[in-house]
Design a protein around this ligand. Structure first.
Ligand SMILES: Nc1ncnc2c1ncn2[C@@H]1O[C@H](COP(=O)(O)OP(=O)(O)OP(=O)(O)O)[C@@H](O)[C@H]1O
Ligand SMILES: [Mg+2]
Length: 286
């Protein structure tokens, strides 16, 4: 079919130009959306980080004033410790977020695989988060004397796996009702050769229809938003991404009084899939 000279916009060239213009406009809109999201993300990051830093500054000013007695001073120091734990935890999540969005394979991550004893790791994390728990009269307990203690180590990237459990434990503290116990337990399942870890708390209720949504980036339940306005909704998304990189699974189940989170990690499935830690590697991360 030949172009109509009376209607230049009917020519194939003109149609191509129109199509290109349309495509350009769509791309510009997409770019503007990404840029808006990036700004929102950065605002969120700084907002989240500023809160604990402010609290630390305020506590230090209080101590420096010399008007605080010994007993009160101990309490203030404990709060400084808790708030620093939150700030470090948030900063790690934000750093991971950009990394995980860029990398999709375990082999492309810089950290090597190593044998991780989950029982030990969880004892250390429970210790780290306990001061945060004290602020809310919560006890964080890792069950000992159970099969968890005897579970074999799993091959994993330790700082990443540590962040998974940090995110789950931090939630358990944040969403618990004052005065209750957070119970961490685990087991080795020889048939599938996986280690499972559960973290159970009593607090805000989790609706059955939200159990999958809470792993989506940015999703927070209405209850969490109204009771605990600070939060990005990134924690469980990051946890899920990391667990899946390790070929494991993470899930949440509502209970009568709160929720139970389960992380399942294969013991040896990752052999040969990423660099393994050599004798010269030295990690201070627990
Ligand atoms: N232990 C829990 N009990 C009940 N609901 C939970 C629990 N842990 C998480 N949730 C729900 O899952 C949502 C997503 O959790 P996630 O850790 O991703 O984000 P967040 O805690 O809201 O924010 P951030 O982790 O960035 O501070 C929470 O907002 C809350 O609604
Ligand atoms: Mg969280």
């Amino acid at each position: 079919m030949s172009a109509n000279p009376e209607h230049p916009s009917d020519s194939p060239d003109a149609r191509r130009v129109i199509a290109l213009e349309k495509e350009k406009k769509a791309l510009q809109q997409e770019l503007a959306k990404i840029s808006r999201e990036r700004i929102e993300y950065l605002q969120n990051v700084s907002h989240q980080l500023v809160a604990p830093l402010h609290a630390i500054k305020w506590h230090i000013e209080n101590l420096a004033s010399g008007r605080v007695g010994v007993e009160r001073g101990k309490k203030v120091l404990r709060s400084i410790y808790s708030q620093s734990t939150i700030a470090v935890h948030l900063a790690k999540n934000f750093a991971l977020m950009s990394n995980l969005d860029a990398d999709h394979k375990l082999s492309s991550l810089r950290e090597p695989l190593e044998e991780v004893e989950l029982f030990r790791l969880l004892i250390n994390l429970a210790d780290d988060f306990q001061p945060l728990g004290w602020d809310r009269e919560l006890q964080i307990s890792v069950k000992n004397g159970t099969p968890f203690e005897a579970a074999p180590p799993v091959l994993a990237i330790k700082p990443l796996i540590s962040q998974v459990f940090s995110n789950v434990i931090e939630n358990a503290v944040k969403y618990s009702q004052r005065g209750y116990e957070i119970i961490i337990d685990g087991a080795h399942h020889p048939r599938s050769n996986v280690v499972s870890v559960t973290v159970q708390n009593r607090g805000i209720l989790l609706k059955a229809e939200d159990t999958n949504k809470i792993f989506e980036r940015g999703f927070r339940t209405e209850e969490a938003k109204s009771q605990y306005p600070a939060g990005t909704g990134f924690g469980l998304y990051i946890a899920k991404r990391i667990v899946e990189l390790h070929e494991g699974a993470i899930s949440a189940t509502p209970t009568e009084f709160g929720a139970i989170f389960e992380v399942v990690l294969p013991v040896r499935a990752l052999e040969g899939k990423a660099r393994q830690r050599g004798p010269k590697d030295n990690s201070s991360y627990r």
